[in-house]
Design a protein around this ligand. Sequence first.
Ligand code: NAD
Length: 478
Amino acid sequence: MTIDYTDLYIRGAWARPSGDSTIPVISPTTEQRIGSVPEGTETDVDDAVDAARAALTDWASWTAAQRAEVLGRFADELESRAEDTAARVSSQNGMPITLARQFEGGFPPVLLRYYAEMAAKQEDEIRPGMLGGSTLVTRSPIGVVGAIVPWNVPQAITFLKLAPALAAGCTVVLKPSPETVLDAFLMAEAAIAAGLPPGVLNIVPGGRDLGAYLVAHPGIDKVSFTGSTGAGRAIGRTCGELLRPVTLELGGKSAAVILDDADLTANLESFYGATLLNNGQICWLGTRVLAPRSRYSEIVDTISDLAKGLTVGDPLSDTTQMGPLVSSRQRERVEGYIEKGRSDGGRVTAGGGRPADTTHGWFVEPTVFADVETGHTIAQEEIFGPVLSVIPYTDEAEAIAIANHSDYGLGGSIWTADPERGAQFARGVASGTVGINGYSNDPTAPFGGIKNSGLGRELGPEGLASYQQLKSIYLDVR
Ligand code: NAD
């Protein structure tokens, strides 16, 4: 049975799309069509932005506590659909179901409650001045947000934006990625059931041209984008021209640095989580593994054995650790990088091809390259697949130099028996986030990148602040 929608979620209800074209959703595992949604048009974006603008005044005038009540109901409705959400995401992008339950089913309600509560606790601030009087500092919602998300972790990434934006009193027009739309429509069902006021959230699915139209739309006050660096540059250019606030969460090529005292075998599960999770399709994964020359062959063996031992298969199975890539195009791209890795002189020590026992599905074996040099293409460009490059280093100074020899700066991890040493090393890594003996985005801490990995931060109080406008009212001016 396929899941097919005929209407769009605009103004709090199902609305007839203005066009008649649809977006088919294809399973990366079976290569069969599993559903479809209407493809939004520019007219639909206009309608969605109008709805969001019309809703803004009212939603922004509610107290944060009133909004928190509705957002709590939204969280409850999402929670009751969590298993279905996880299954839809896995079926669309190949994410192993155990991970989808955690990231896609579990995380959105947590984020909604976290930000609803944070906003409800915020108060205007009175700051004693230096010049005699004092200043009243107020926060107000930044306005209508255009949110554009990718397919790799669609629900969690959507709620990195939605939760703080809605809690702050903004209204949103969301454009999901064409590969993952069925989860967005389930979210719309949850929003309707929760009684989210009409126009507070609107969803228009479509491709990059529709995204570009939304970014430049005169009714949008802020753009929040997660996706590739190339698209981020184009969006940044438009927002620069318009002087429109923008948050850009872009690509990565992070370093997993194994220090000479690390016991990797004791931390293998965390290492898999920090380097190969979600079939290698996460922006912050540490896909450049830096290993000390003194232990190089032992570490290459450990990582290669890990890759060879992963259960590759149907993402909907509880035992699967590695599903297919999202599309045949993505698989071709990853295979192109594997070819390039070989021709540049890298040595494949695990994987390197398609799993022998699969007849369909866009699978690539978990792949490890040894003898990779930092200048090699596979050590510099984002592959977005299960391909690790193990690069040797001589001492800590060289390790830092190699870790920072990247156009990106998003994630990373340090592996060591001495967490203090790890934290000290992490200070020198040019990146927005780094984990010690693991990697996980805690909701309380700012997440985002430097260099080509983006602008701005999500999560933590900083995530809420990015949807708020500050105003200083100088009191008792003398
Ligand atoms: P993508 O940039 O091709 O597409 C992302 C979204 O943007 C899609 O919805 C797409 O339709 C839209 N889009 C594309 N070009 C656009 C444009 N010019 N204007 C407006 N919208 C546009 O990326 P993808 O292939 O879907 O996702 C993978 C990329 O996302 C990787 O580079 C990955 O590192 C990055 N990513 C970053 C983060 C992060 O938090 N930094 C998280 C997840 C993914």
